[in-house]
Design a protein around this ligand. Structure first.
Ligand SMILES: C[S@@+](CC[C@H](N)C(=O)[O-])C[C@H]1O[C@@H](n2cnc3c(N)ncnc32)[C@H](O)[C@@H]1O
Length: 451
């Protein structure tokens, strides 16, 4: 018996001219074509003389098993899928079925995956160039994926300013998912963010709506729709939805001169190596503008966690200062610093923030901190403060002109766990306390130098 073959064919959005040459060839080569009823209709003109097996929407695993069985009989089987067969398509389940059945890539049955243009690129091509910068796709189908997973992905994509392509946005039964997606996206995007709703791209029933994000949920959206949600720089002009490639960061206009400080073919001044210098410049420039950006202002401006901003401050030098800020990473034992060193500082201010923005500010003695298992606790008749000490991964000492002497404790992501700062009496730090703080600071500087 001749060897069987499984061709996993992505035939693109639907129109013949958007099928790849290899996809056409593969369907021609097949003895048997298996697919969802709607997909079979889309390639009907290529099916003469072939065994055609149509399956319903919910019979996906049946389609894979059928393909394997036919290939075991020596047939060339084309399993077809719209778009790219590897994108929310049949390639994954087919390999899963094959591997479970003991098939290996070296076995008699050859498997070829034939890529196609996926819905997001097909839909994008019809509305301009919305995917020219970082983007991601999220399927809103909760048939096989728990909603908390989808919701977390939407939140992460929205927060990270990705252009988002929403697959499977809505069906007869699944109508609430797009409403919830809009709610989550609006927490991080402007209401006027451009959104393209493309139905049946490159098929007879093609329909395009360009709307604002806050209008999305009320639009006509169905099973054959892909929704493209712009990011913070996506704009609409002449009916086209464009996400800039980022040239404006480097050039004064798209065809213009390179901006001062930038270099062709090199990372931006705000690139990996340069952004910390920009952060210091920002803090330094604030001095001349008589502004006093707080640490949180700097974090918000650069959208970077506390640990990264403190690292930028700690890397300052005389030629490249950070405005009023100076910092040094704590190299000594962190528990010793809080329980022994800071205990010399008398009353200190301890600040703990929760992620929703509530701030706890306590005036207390560091000597009151007691480690109980994983927790650094302060308990008295008025309050119980429990700091999850195992979360603390690093600390920085920070000073700001004459106004601030503090220590910031961060977790392994660089997010703040808590901070303590010296208190002033009659507008001044106590000389002995200040001198002790400076000794501890010098200990960190010496340790950093001998590293
Ligand atoms: C199961 S996924 C299949 C995706 C497909 N494998 C691909 O790569 O495009 C089905 C979803 O793809 C999107 N889709 C597929 N073809 C489309 C088309 N021609 N126009 C718009 N959206 C399409 C819709 O979001 C639909 O709900």
């Amino acid at each position: 018996m001749s060897k069987g073959k499984i061709l996993l064919v992505g035939f693109g959005p639907g129109a013949k001219e958007h099928m790849s040459g290899r996809a056409i060839e593969a369907i021609n080569e097949a003895d048997v074509v298996i697919g969802y009823t709607t997909y079979i209709k889309l390639v009907e003109d290529q099916l003469e003389g072939k065994v055609v097996i149509k399956k319903g929407m919910t019979e996906e695993i049946d389609r894979c098993i059928e393909a394997y069985e036919q290939a075991q009989e020596g047939k060339v089987v084309a399993l077809i899928s719209s778009g790219d067969i590897g994108v929310y398509g049949m390639a994954g389940p087919t390999f899963e079925v094959l591997l479970k059945s003991g098939w290996t890539p070296d076995s008699d049955i050859n498997v070829e995956v034939i890529p196609g243009s996926t819905a997001l690129s097909a839909c994008a091509s019809l509305v301009g160039a919305p995917l020219t910068h970082d983007f991601c796709s999220i399927s809103l189908s909760d048939l096989l994926t728990p909603w908390p997973v989808i919701s977390r992905r939407l939140e992460a994509a929205a927060r990270s300013d990705f252009v988002v392509a929403l697959y499977n946005p809505k069906s007869g039964r699944r109508t609430g998912q797009i409403v919830e997606a809009q709610r989550i996206l609006l927490q991080h995007r402007k209401p006027e963010t451009p959104v393209a709703i493309v139905k049946s791209a490159y098929r007879e029933a093609q329909n395009i709506q360009i709307v604002r994000l806050d209008e999305m949920k009320d639009c006509k959206i169905g099973m054959l729709t892909t929704v493209l949600v712009g990011n913070s720089s996506t704009f609409l002009e002449q009916g086209l939805m464009i996400t800039p490639r980022g040239y404006a960061n480097k050039y004064s206009s798209i065809t213009g001169d390179i901006k001062e400080g930038e270099k062709r073919g090199r990372s931006l001044t705000m690139g990996l190596d340069g952004w910390q210098e920009c952060a210091r410049e920002y803090m330094q420039a604030a001095l001349t503008q008589d502004k006093k950006p707080s640490l949180r202002d700097v974090m918000a401006y650069f959208d970077m966690p506390l640990g990264q901003v403190l690292t930028a401050i700690a890397s300052a030098s005389e030629e490249d200062p950070s405005g009023e800020y100076k910092a040094v990473p704590v190299k000594s034992d962190l528990l010793q610093l809080i329980q022994e060193d800071a205990a010399e500082w008398g009353k200190i201010r301890t600040v703990v923030r929760n992620t929703a923005g509530a701030i706890t500010e306590l005036m207390l003695n560091a000597s009151d901190f007691k480690l109980r298992g994983e927790w650094l606790n302060i308990e008295n008749e008025h309050f119980h403060l429990h700091i999850h000490w195992h979360k603390v991964a690093s600390a920085w000492m920070l000073e700001r002109g004459d106004s601030l002497r503090s220590v910031h404790f961060a977790d392994d992501k660089g997010d703040s766990v808590f901070n303590i700062s010296l208190l002033k009496t009659d507008g001044e730090f106590t000389a002995a306390v200040l001198s002790h703080y400076e000794q501890i600071w010098q200990r960190q500087v010496n340790a950093a130098e001998s590293d």
